[in-house]
Write a protein that binds this ligand. Structure first.
Ligand code: ADP
Length: 474
């Protein structure tokens, strides 16, 4: 488990706090129980000492006291201790070794002097267990004073305390295990939704702003978070739509005046009496308006693709024959530059898509290959299938792309060599258009290039059977 995850930290905190609370309560319980046992033992011993004083010590004769004790109390048989001492410190009676041998009365030292107040003490009787003794100073009606000491083995307190300690020690790991297990299940359940939100959020990209995060009607912070994030995505989608509409409208509006400008320039060019300077200026203006028109067309295409118009009409088509047609249409351009253009697209490769957009893919790739391949070079176009996919490859023996530029060529307006591309009439939009169309057709584009030697663009698209299967699956 990831140690920095919320799940891990919450479980550790939960189990740690529960463990500490258990230890604290156990310690308090242990000492409370020990205190209670001591007090109740003290009460019992005090009662017994008082009873002995009242029933036995009123007699005058020591022998009859001892006799009565042996007859009625027999302390050693009951595993108890009893010692009666006169005021002068002389013992009248000391009980013998108890039946269970839990203490040894002969090792209990006599108190040095007569005490005035009753008290409880715990003594180590050498070699045996501890003895808990209650001492009661007793005054008979004839003013004789005695010390009555009654006691029991500390086993009476130690044994239940030991039992409690064992129970608590065994209970601690059980409590911690239950805390970790229960905490894990509880936290897992509540964080499941966070995982779902994160997965959906990862899927949402600028081209996929229609999806929304799941909202569990729990009324808690997670519901609020999902609602807020969805509102944010709504705003983003609106803004994105707004920008798209603006780009599309602007490009569209620019098209008409550009066309008029081009026509006017062409008309002026037709005139005969133009000085060489004027005709050169008009020629350059025509080239610039052509470039501008190309950029505007590119922008309009990008805006439409962004607005989700990558597929206008979905049909089944043979990408091989579509490619062959485009290659034939562009062959003249290649021949003008003395570039050998070959096309290997003989088998039928059926895919599902928008023929206009797919044609644009081939046009853009081929246009680039012709633009960036010097005279005498060659271009090869291949359409084939591989592993259940349709493959379209455009290979050229052109100038290639540097390793630095390679990761950026699909970005809008990126041109590896700005001056060169401008000279060749490039605006840096062709490949980004190709990439968007590929993505809309569930395909992808890859490029391999060696600077100064060759470039190979490869497009992978799903075959028709693949598309159908996928659709059924969904
Ligand atoms: P442009 O309109 O500038 O050609 P693209 O988006 O089509 O814009 O291409 C981006 C850049 O990728 C180009 O400026 C060029 O540097 C490089 N590029 C694309 N195709 C090729 C190719 N076949 N050979 C060499 N460089 C290429």
């Amino acid at each position: 488990m990831n140690r920095r995850s919320i799940r891990f930290r919450l479980i550790i905190w939960y189990a740690g706090l529960l463990g500490l609370l258990f230890i604290f309560l156990s310690t308090a319980g242990y000492f409370g129980f020990s205190h209670y046992l001591r007090q109740s033992l003290e009460k019992t011993l005090a009662k017994r000492a008082k009873q002995i004083g009242l029933t036995l010590l009123e007699q005058n004769d020591d022998a009859s006291i001892v006799d009565d004790i042996n007859k009625h109390y027999a302390p050693e048989i009951n595993d108890r201790f009893l010692r009666i001492t006169r005021e002068d410190g002389k013992p009248i009676y000391i009980s013998g070794l108890p039946k269970d041998g839990s203490f040894d009365p002969s090792h209990l030292p006599l108190l040095g002097s007569f005490v005035e107040q009753p008290f409880l003490r715990s003594e180590n009787t050498l070699g045996s267990g501890r003895l808990i003794v209650y001492t009661l100073p007793f005054k008979a009606s004839d003013e004789r004073k005695f010390l009555v000491e009654v006691g029991v083995s500390s086993k009476q307190i130690d044994e239940p305390l030991h039992g409690l300690l064992v129970t608590l020690a065994l209970g601690l790991p059980i409590v911690i295990t239950i805390a970790i297990g229960g905490g894990y299940l509880l936290i897992r359940r509540s964080l499941l939704l966070v995982d779902e939100i994160a997965q959906t959020a990862e899927r949402i990209t600028i081209g996929n702003l229609n999806e929304r995060l799941p909202i569990a009607k729990t009324g808690d912070e997670l519901e609020r978070l999902s609602v807020s994030l969805n509102n944010m995505i709504n705003h983003l989608a609106e803004m994105h739509q707004h920008i798209n509409r603006f780009s599309a409208d602007a490009s569209h509006e620019l098209r008409t005046p550009l066309t008029i400008l081009q026509c006017d320039l062409e008309a002026i060019m037709q005139k005969r009496n133009l000085s060489p300077e004027v005709s050169e200026a008009i020629g350059s203006a025509m080239a610039e308006t052509q470039r501008l028109a190309k950029i505007v067309d590119g922008l309009l295409a990008v805006a439409r693709l962004d607005a989700g118009e990558a597929i206008i009409e979905l049909t089944r088509l043979d990408i091989a024959s579509l490619t062959l047609t485009v290659v034939e249409q562009m062959r003249l351009l290649a021949e003008d530059k003395d570039i050998e253009l070959t096309c290997d697209a003989n088998e039928r490769v059926m895919i599902e898509g928008d023929s206009g957009r797919l044609k644009q893919i081939v046009v853009n790739l081929l246009d680039n290959a012709i633009k960036y391949t010097p005279s005498g070079g060659s271009i090869k176009v291949i359409v084939t299938t591989d592993n259940g996919k349709a493959i379209l490859k455009v290979l050229d023996t052109g100038m290639g792309i540097s390793a630095d530029a390679l990761p950026h060529i699909f970005e809008r307006f990126y041109r590896a060599d700005k001056a060169r591309s401008r000279e060749l009439g490039g605006a840096g939009l062709g490949l980004s258009i190709v990439k968007s169309i590929c993505a809309a057709h569930s395909g992808h584009i890859e490029v391999q290039s060696t600077e100064g030697q060759s470039t190979c663009f490869q497009i992978t698209l799903p075959l028709v059977s693949d598309v159908v299967e996928k659709k059924q699956y969904v």
